[in-house]
Design a protein around this ligand. Structure first.
Ligand code: CTP
Ligand code: MG
Length: 232
């Protein structure tokens, strides 16, 4: 199956139902203005521009009006999320069940700088595997920590930093979320998929896709800054 050729069969779930507690913003961070627009709007626009449809945005129930303003004019469906990211993803997937897309991209609203290149890499690899995630190497040395005392060093060569969007065959990832009996705060969807026995492929991620997490990520130009990127 060629997911690029059948991109119309590729949907997206953008999770934007968190509280953004670590970001120190006056609204949940996904609605804070960043580079001239609400954070969530950046990646939703990128998905729509890539021909991904439908796009479901999972939002906090008590910020419906704010979300409507942030996404005004965009062809998206919004629905209320859950208490954890995993529950928010599951609700988003279940909202797509009626349309039964072939594939789905699951993406954090907190990663605004989503490029077409990453989407293309994921969908090309998805032709060969049921799930694919973007990763980057770990360049700094890595150690275990006991509070603020250094523990044993870890080998970084076999480690990767995992980003979103994560791409899956739709029926498989929905079934994996329904079967998940681990903690409700599963780290990400690849872990849920792997627990259900799916093989997860790796493609090259993008430094610009770093997640905005702390208030300092909003104060500085941020990891997504690129001269001429068109965001400023
Ligand atoms: N998310 C969600 N539903 C939740 C929790 C998180 O949809 N119950 C989303 C967030 O909106 C974000 C993504 O999952 O786009 C990654 O989560 P994170 O960066 O941890 O965001 P928050 O949980 O909002 O932030 P914090 O942990 O600092 O409170
Ligand atoms: Mg969180």
């Amino acid at each position: 199956m060629n997911y690029r050729a059948s991109i119309g069969g590729t949907a997206a779930v953008v999770v934007a139902a968190g509280k953004g507690l670590r970001s120190g913003q006056s609204v949940p961070k996904q609605f804070a203005i960043w580079r001239g627009k609400p954070l969530v709007r950046h990646s939703v626009e990128a998905l729509l521009a890539s021909g991904i449809s439908p796009v479901v945005v999972v939002i906090p129930d008590d910020f419906r009006d704010v979300a409507a303003g942030a996404l005004a004019g965009l062809d998206v469906k919004t629905l209320a999320g859950g208490d954890t990211r995993q529950l928010s993803v599951r609700k988003g997937l279940e909202a797509l069940e009626g349309t039964m897309p072939t594939a789905v991209l699951i993406h954090d609203a907190a990663r605004p700088a989503l490029s077409t290149d990453v989407i293309d890499r994921l969908l090309a690899a998805l032709e060969h595997q049921p799930g694919v995630i973007p990763v980057l190497p770990v360049v700094d040395s890595v150690v275990h920590a006991n509070a603020d005392i250094m523990g044993s060093p870890a080998r970084r060569e076999g480690l990767r930093r995992v980003q979103t969007p994560q791409a899956f065959r739709f029926a498989e990832i929905l079934a994996a979320h329904r079967a998940w009996d681990g903690p409700p705060d599963a780290g990400d969807d690849a872990q849920v998929a792997q627990a259900a026995g799916l093989e997860i492929g790796l493609v090259e991620g993008d430094e610009a896709l770093s997640k905005l997490t702390f208030s300092s990520d909003f104060e500085k130009s941020g990891p997504a800054f690129r001269i001429g990127s068109g965001y400023d």
